[in-house]
Design a binder for this molecule. Sequence first.
Ligand code: NAD
Length: 256
Amino acid sequence: SVSGKTAVVTGSTSGIGLGVAEELAKAGAKVVLNSFTDSEEDHKIASDMAAKYGTEVRYIQADMSKGDQCRALIEKAGACDILVNNAGIQHVAAIDEFPVAKWDAIIAINLSSSFHTIAAALPMMRKAGWGRVVNIASAHGLTASPYKSAYVSAKHGIVGMTKTVALETAEEPITCNAICPGYVLTPLVEAQIPDTMEKYGMSRDEVVRDVLLERQPSKAFATTEQIGGTVAFLCSAAAEQITGTTISVDGGWTAL
Ligand code: NAD
């Protein structure tokens, strides 16, 4: 059970991270929310969540594109029984036109941040005698799409890191797994819709059904609650021998 455990969720002021944080708070975990901003709104999300679920929720600012700040996030949290590496960004462009700064930012935030947070969190998990690392990868950690070279590379990379960490902790009461969501309707996905409408001259509905959900046989978005529930499952006793693997929550995408 996650009750009383401390969970750090990176990039958790919106979308999947927020949904995961909420499911863990609901289950009684002490939650650390994170993003790179430090606004009143960030702290309000934490205090509202704490009040709603009667558990401790803190907001800690840290930019996941910076290795030292990733490590500082874990140190400031003071404990980290459950680490959910969720922060991520997207950029869509052909590889020969892909902005170098975007490539660097995606690799830093979607891949290297997890290297740093895991490195900082494992000693705490070992000391506590229990730990769960859950990396939010993507269907793009297992398959590719054109124009997403940085994202697909980072997500395949995090699946590899997941397996490696699982082997390094295999004999310990620590597991490391990745969740591979298909499309979840979050601000990240929402932001891709206008560009795609323009690119293909399509309506919003056409973009949703024929482009975004083209490869999602269920023709339905996964929800942030479902991703949060999958994280909670990976933290449960039933999942004790699940390590070094991926769980797809993708409406059949990777079955195609
Ligand atoms: P989102 O844009 O709604 O949320 C991303 C979160 O990351 C935000 O809270 C943002 O503040 C934070 N973030 C961005 N840059 C950061 C930085 N430098 N430092 C700290 N935090 C930062 O996106 P989302 O759709 O909820 O995506 C969350 C994760 O899920 C990402 O890793 C994404 O790749 C993955 N994912 C999303 C989908 C989807 O369909 N939405 C599918 C598969 C995987």
